[in-house]
Ligand binder design. Structure first.
Ligand SMILES: NC(=O)C1=CN([C@@H]2O[C@H](COP(=O)(O)OP(=O)(O)OC[C@H]3O[C@@H](n4cnc5c(N)ncnc54)[C@H](OP(=O)(O)O)[C@@H]3O)[C@@H](O)[C@H]2O)C=CC1
Ligand SMILES: O=C(O)C1=N[C@H](C(=O)O)C[C@H](O)C1
Length: 250
């Protein structure tokens, strides 16, 4: 048996899963145990004495995965998207029956994406208008991205706290979807384009000026340092942690 934290990966054959397996294998303080992909048994994590599982699968699969992992006392670091408030509450319920287990769920593990969410929330109170545009590869299942959804929620909260009203918008006649989706009063637009990985712009505007906060993940290795930070910390953080920023001392 190797040394260090024993880590497995769910969705190990996927685009992000492959990058995470490589990063775990390259880390001196971690031991890669087993990868599990669609159609394979989660029991492999129990049999291999895995302490932490990283999940990059699919929104339709992640809840069953978490129920199994928590029930078997295995910590989880989750990048898979699709977490509504109801889903987070369900995870909290499972964790309350297994209080020693830690689960970290983060919409984005790229350090710059986490910073850009924080910057957008900080800037929000100074601007009358704001919209979010996320741009991704065309194989992505969900729209808008988990990151854009979370960014819009943070901006919405900051606007409410600052006493700002609705963003100005005189649209009365629109093609369905032309103004995007609306999350907490913030318009969110999703672009799907071959050649892209994961990108986001938050555009803020007020009298005579705009501010654009942009982040680009140019390669899926951008998610690895954040995931490994989560893997190293989650064993010491029982319960549910939402967002990598909780571990970044921002
Ligand atoms: N939080 C973050 O920083 C990031 C989050 N993501 C999110 O991670 C998820 C995966 O993204 P990505 O790697 O691009 O997607 P991929 O489709 O490339 O990879 C997902 C992998 O999981 C497999 N899979 C599907 N269902 C299961 C299951 N029940 N058990 C085990 N494996 C399963 C898929 O198999 P098959 O192909 O056969 O269906 C595939 O191999 C998405 O929700 C995405 O939004 C992505 C990047 C960063
Ligand atoms: O599917 C992806 O690729 C990504 N998904 C996450 C999201 O939905 O925010 C994170 C990143 O944008 C890449």
């Amino acid at each position: 048996m190797g040394s260090g934290i024993r880590v497995g990966v769910l969705g190990s054959a996927g685009k992000v899963g492959q990058a995470i397996v490589a990063a775990i294998e390259a880390a001196d303080d971690l031991t890669f145990t087993v990868g599990v992909d669609k159609g394979e048994s989660l029991q492999a994590f129990v049999d291999s004495d895995t302490a932490v599982v990283v999940d990059f699968t699919h929104p339709s699969a992640v809840m069953d995965n978490l129920e199994f992992l928590i029930g078997n006392g295995i910590h989880a670091v989750v990048g898979t998207t699709g977490f509504t408030e109801e889903r987070l509450d369900q995870v909290r319920t499972w964790l309350s029956d297994n209080p020693a287990v830690g689960v970290l769920i983060a919409p984005n593990f790229a350090i710059g994406a986490v910073l850009s969410m924080r910057f957008a929330a900080q800037a929000a109170r100074f601007y009358e208008s704001v919209e979010v545009i996320e741009l991704h590869h065309p194989h992505k299942a969900d729209a808008p991205s988990g990151t854009a959804y979370r960014t819009a929620k943070l901006i919405g909260e900051a606007r409410t706290e600052a006493g700002l009203g609705p963003v100005p918008d005189a649209t009365t006649d629109e093609l369905d979807g032309a103004r995007g989706g609306v999350v907490d009063g913030v318009h969110v637009h999703a672009v799907r384009l071959a050649g892209l990985v994961a990108h986001q712009e938050v555009i803020l505007g007020t009298e005579g000026e705009t501010l654009t906060i942009r982040h680009d993940s140019l390669d899926r290795t951008s998610f690895a340092p954040g995931v490994l930070l989560g893997v190293r910390e989650i064993g010491e953080r029982p319960g549910l942690t939402v967002g990598l920023e909780q571990l970044m001392d921002l």
